[in-house]
Write a protein that binds this ligand. Structure first.
Ligand code: PXP
Length: 241
């Protein structure tokens, strides 16, 4: 069976916010992604609202038939908003104001006392919570001890590897972490920095359930259109299965 594909459409909003226009529509993008056969739509509501806005999240929740995955930082304002909107999934990510994009996984161990009440509140609202973590045993153990059933492994170090040896080492790291988490009964997703050249090897890891991919798909959409860009990624996942 092919891996599930979650398409992150943040950068449709990036283009819109660059000019303060109403286009391109994030909702239209979500519906196009759904039409081609993606399995979920992901958006990251950042504290600085640099791309996705609160109204985007509300409208996507209302209009999509496929699940909405909301990425958010572990802070009370975001968690309260998520509990009100009730997306199918919330992925808790670390967030630094000045970063270009999420730079690494959560430090679950150092932040367990902050994370625990947020995980409890989201779960009570009926939302499936995942934690975005680096592919490290200690972080997997930390997620398990918080009762989390879904993790998303950060693939950024793999995507940014500068040599074939480094790439292979990072792939091994993700493969090992996936096996360990899966053996604990966790659902393992992965994402960050995945593109048309590096996704196949990650998609070929047997126990991974879903890949979340954004920037590369939206970038390709400029040339081939969003539906084709999603279809091309689905084809890679199909070939890897
Ligand atoms: N997964 C998580 C948790 C992320 O924060 C991001 C980036 O917002 C992605 C996946 C998608 O990364 P990319 O845009 O590099 O495909």
């Amino acid at each position: 069976m092919r891996k599930l594909l979650g398409v992150n459409i943040d950068h449709v909003a990036t283009v819109r916010q660059a000019r303060g226009t109403v286009y391109p529509s994030v909702i239209e993008a979500g519906l196009a992604v759904e039409k081609v056969g993606a399995d979920s739509v992901t958006v990251h509501l950042r504290e600085d609202r640099r791309h996705i806005q609160d109204s985007d999240v509300l409208q996507l929740k209302q209009q999509l038939k496929i699940p909405l995955n909301l990425e958010l930082a572990a802070n009370p304002e975001m968690v309260a908003f998520a509990c009100q909107v009730r997306p199918a999934y919330c992925c808790i990510v670390p967030e630094k104001r000045q970063e270009l994009t999420t730079e690494g996984g959560l430090d679950v161990l150092a932040n367990r006392h902050t994370l625990a009440p947020h995980i409890a509140a989201l779960s009570q609202a009926g939302i499936v919570v995942s934690l975005f973590i680096d592919p490290e045993l200690a972080q997997i153990d930390g997620a398990e001890s918080l009762g989390v059933k879904v993790i998303e492994l950060h693939t950024g170090d793999y995507a940014e590897a500068e040599s074939l040896e480094e790439r292979q080492a990072q792939l091994n790291r993700i493969t090992t972490a996936t096996s360990i988490a899966a053996s604990k009964g966790m659902q393992v997703n992965a994402g960050h920095g995945l593109n048309y050249a590096n996704t196949f090897d990650i998609a070929a890891i047997p126990e991974i359930t879903e890949l979340n991919i954004g920037h590369a798909i939206i970038a390709r959409a400029i040339f081939v259109g969003l539906e084709q860009a999603v279809q091309d990624m689905l084809d890679i996942l199909q070939k890897a299965s």
